[in-house]
Design a binder for this molecule. Sequence first.
Ligand SMILES: Nc1ncnc2c1ncn2[C@@H]1O[C@H](COP(=O)(O)OP(=O)(O)OP(=O)(O)O)[C@@H](O)[C@H]1O
Ligand SMILES: [Mg+2]
Length: 205
Amino acid sequence: MKTIAVVNLKGGSSKTTTTAFLAHAIAAAGRDVLVIDSDPQGSTVRWSDAAAWDIPTVALPVKNLHTRVRGIARPTTDVVVIDTPPLLENAGTVYSALRAADVVIVPCAPTSHEVDALPDVWAAIEEVQALRHEPAAAAVLLTRTIPNASSTGVYRESIEDSGHHVLTTVIPRREAYAQALGAPVRELGAYEPAAAEVLALEVQA
Ligand SMILES: Nc1ncnc2c1ncn2[C@@H]1O[C@H](COP(=O)(O)OP(=O)(O)OP(=O)(O)O)[C@@H](O)[C@H]1O
Ligand SMILES: [Mg+2]
């Protein structure tokens, strides 16, 4: 079983949207997925209820996720995807999600506002690595990109230059994603190749 945590310091950085679409894309690839909503705001669980997801989704806004995930997963669960609250507001919960994770996905827009905040995410991951037997794999997923804008390449390069992995797939800014919360997750779009990359990362982890 592999555990993927979707983490960012910033509120409103596409964590919940990424959790929902990534979980559905991984399920569409034939995996048995469990979603854990560790954000006390509970948006993922509400979305799952409202749209009657086939993917089981549980609320678990606690600081000991790393000791709880295995007990909550079913015997058949292959992949757990954890949505997290913003790091600053619920650091304990996010740290425990980082401890639970084999793979950390950091959704981030190609803007100075979001990219400049990434070092705090790397610091949190680094802090938690010391508590783990094996390091987690971590990668940025560029989201809300504007098609053909140079910002995508510019910020990709700056994140890679700082020594961090950026998924090849990017998620465009789209009205369909902006309006997705609460609606059935159908058009997976770029989240499909993103899920394939994330699953490949888990193999290397
Ligand atoms: N690719 C996209 N294109 C357009 N809008 C998007 C995209 N991804 C996310 N959004 C929108 O951005 C906003 C923030 O997304 P989301 O709720 O997923 O972020 P979050 O990191 O989970 O926020 P919070 O920190 O409040 O939990 C939402 O209105 C969402 O619909
Ligand atoms: Mg959220």
